[in-house]
Write a protein that binds this ligand. Sequence first.
Ligand code: PLP
Length: 430
Amino acid sequence: MIPKYRVRCVGGGEIVEDLSTLSCPHRHNSLLRAEYCSRRLHLAPYEGMYRYLSWLPVTSPLLPAGGPVSFDGGPLARELGLSHLQVSFSGYYPERGAHLTSGSFKELEASPTMQRQTELGGKILVIASAGNTGRAFAEISARCTRPVVIVVPEQAVSRLWTTTPAENVFLVAVRGDYTDAISVSNTLAAVPGCVPEGGAKNIARRDGMGTVMLDAAVTVGRIPDQYFQAVGSGTGAIAAWEAALRLIGDGRYGTRLPRLHLAQNEPFTPMVSAWQEHRREIVPEKDMPDAAERVKGVMADVLTNRTPPYGILGGLFDALTATDGTMYSVSNAAGADAMQLVQDTLDIDLDPAAAVATAALVQAIEKHMVKPDDHILLNLTGGGYERIREDFTLNPLAPAITIGSDEPRDALVGHLREWIVHHGRTPDHR
Ligand SMILES: *Cc1c(COP(=O)(O)O)cnc(C)c1O
């Protein structure tokens, strides 16, 4: 059988044989990238994101699955004076065909990541999250009955719920912040039978998010000129760039990369600050002074990643460079206005991060960074939470264990080992 894809190190250019690795075996500080044997995007007969199965690093779809939906900006476009505004929405709005029941585009990452893990041998993924990512993985775990370990800061526990009861989630709450949660997740990922999920380094995560660009281009028959998104890690924007490269390779969707217009939320804007000077390295003292304090001041805390894949080869700096990209700093007030604008024109209650992206578009129009007749894609990365609450009974997730960040972890590890015995093997998927 001809393999569906190969993995290549972006920095060194060499083929990487071990499909399950997250990093370059030759130690290039680089992302790995999937290279699909099919240069043409063949549409598969599935609802949701697995319509784009041919450019996802999995053999079979994980169904049922929602996907991104894209539609004409209509009243929002008229309000903004734009003639070709296309909106991609990743959230919940059944009348528009949007069925991501965890409410954000993190579900586009979670689904193929869990499927690929099963196909590669079925070790259990360990994820550290501050909110939306953990909820997305919990939702897929619940829907598809696959085990997953999720580690979150204690304050984030209330954001974790699923629309189907979650019986295969091992949830750990850490008394501390996201950085402490990452530390605990590293301990757990070393337990036999478990693996770290990998974040931006995981090709399934990026190519899952890349379906936003694919879906938008297939819907209107071309790659957009301009792409707007709010970024925390930048993974979604790297994915959009990579998807556009593949679409150019296909040949039917145009020959030019979209320009990336990416937004962060004041007062925490490290990548805006570094990109202003076209610097590959984020310098914490300069780009994110008083980080802990500033993180508390944003409306969209999913945008507050302190160690984004920005400088790494194939990462966000390279994506911005390749696309002649721009970054925007958005205040909470501008974000709130944009949120209201989308509520009034498109009837969507946005995730605050998606409101930040919309505010960046407003700013770009004011500064003449885009032309009124450009083909613009606005990626609304989350929303529809009100409708989710109306249509589903939400099942809150309870931690199996709550642990202090400095506490010994032996008991926790023992508890996880025990849990794996009961949940680690799901015979229906082997
Ligand atoms: C995580 C998230 C983002 C930012 O995505 P990155 O890939 O981390 O840059 C934007 N919007 C929403 C709704 C998110 O959950």
